[in-house]
Design a protein around this ligand. Structure first.
Ligand code: F6P
Length: 353
């Protein structure tokens, strides 16, 4: 018989981001200090759950991790129902369930983005595991929450990059295209474009018209503004699909950079921020959000809750049914204040206004 009131597992899955360790710490400290629970952390996302690889998260393991980037547990994009093992792809859901029960767990906390919410839902539907999730991703696109941890820090990084690009753009009288992460949504690009004073902001939610961007750059140049900053989301796409040839292997930003140079005659350079946006220490806002959602997850577990994601809504941590979250994506609505402000400033969003 164990002396613990309950035992819980935690895993981090999908792409890493800032604030993961703050979330692990929030869940584990609240569980240990307030409720005498045993806490274990599965390694490398759902793979560790399937392979029963874990470590005990005690006070010593949690010490000093609040400010650390990445995740002390490791992560992976492995899916429990389709995991590559050797040269085979295996459904590991029943293995995961066996390991959960062998360890006498009362709940599993899955920390992740949209993919993780879907994978957690799969486990919830097909097993007897109790599951609570937390929303993290620099992309900020998890459905059902006002924000995800990781986002705030990534916006800071992209904004600083845009600030730095301004001076070199101005010295060389160049167009600087900056590619910001975000495959399906433009939260990062819109926010950092607004904060960094970009002249053009191109996001997946608004397919761009290359001629509109060209005209905006030429018009700035004619007004004597001899440099421009174009912030482009990784997942940006043109309105006219033929703009990017089907066999084009480069990113939309590479293509856009070449086309803009060709069409405007202005010297143009591309900077891709890439994974640097996911690295380093989390901002205070991300630490607070991750801790707030993490400690709330423990309240839900104590109440016997399962099948819930802890979301941020209006500043409060609230439980949202996982069923509503999984499979949905939060894109930027066209009337969102971020876009409204960009429009009010006259910043080109890649389409005719
Ligand atoms: O999920 C966040 C994210 O950083 C996206 O912005 C980006 O498209 C993707 O992950 C990159 O994934 P990976 O780390 O697998 O290259």
């Amino acid at each position: 018989m164990s002396n613990y009131s309950k035992s819980i597992g935690i895993l981090t899955a999908g792409g890493d981001c800032q604030g993961l360790n703050a979330a692990i710490r929030g869940v584990a400290k609240a569980a240990i200090k307030q409720h005498d629970m045993e806490v274990i952390g599965f390694l490398d996302g759902f793979r560790g759950l399937a392979e029963n690889r874990y470590e005990r998260l005690d006070d010593a393991a949690l010490s000093g991790i609040l400010t650390l980037g990445g995740t002390i547990l490791g992560t992976s994009r492995d899916k429990p129902h389709k995991m590559s093992i050797g040269n085979k792809v295996i459904d590991t859901i029943s293995q995961a369930e066996d390991n959960y029960h062998k360890l006498h767990l009362d709940a599993l906390v899955c920390i992740g983005g949209g993919g993780t919410q879907k994978n957690a839902m799969r486990l919830l539907k097909k097993t007897s595991m109790n599951i609570i999730t937390l929303p993290k991703t620099i992309d900020n696109d998890v459905w059902g929450t006002d924000s995800c941890f990781g986002y705030d820090t990534a916006v800071e990084i992209a904004t600083e990059a845009i600030d730095r690009l301004h001076s070199t753009a101005s010295s060389h009288h160049r167009v600087m295209v900056v590619e910001v992460m975000g495959h399906n949504t433009g939260w990062l690009t819109a926010a950092s474009g607004l904060a960094g004073g970009a002249d053009v902001v191109v996001i997946p939610e608004i397919p761009y018209d290359i001629d509109v961007i060209k005209d905006a750059l030429i018009s700035r140049n004619r007004k004597g503004k001899r440099f421009s900053i174009v912030a482009v989301a990784e997942g940006a796409r043109p309105k006219d699909k033929s703009e990017i040839p089907a066999d084009h292997e480069d990113s939309a930003a590479v293509h856009l950079t070449h086309r803009l140079e060709e069409l405007t005659g202005l010297e143009t350079r591309l900077t891709s921020l890439g994974h640097v946006m996911r690295g380093g220490t989390p901002s205070a806002a991300d630490r607070i959000l991750a801790t707030k959602l993490g400690t709330k997850a423990v309240d839900l577990i104590v109440e016997g809750g399962s099948g819930m994601m802890v979301a941020e809504r209006g500043g409060y941590a609230v439980a949202v049914p996982l069923e509503e979250v999984a499979g949905n994506r939060r894109i930027i609505p066209d009337d969102h204040p971020l876009l409204e402000s960009l429009r009010s400033l006259g910043i080109c969003l890649g389409v005719q206004v």
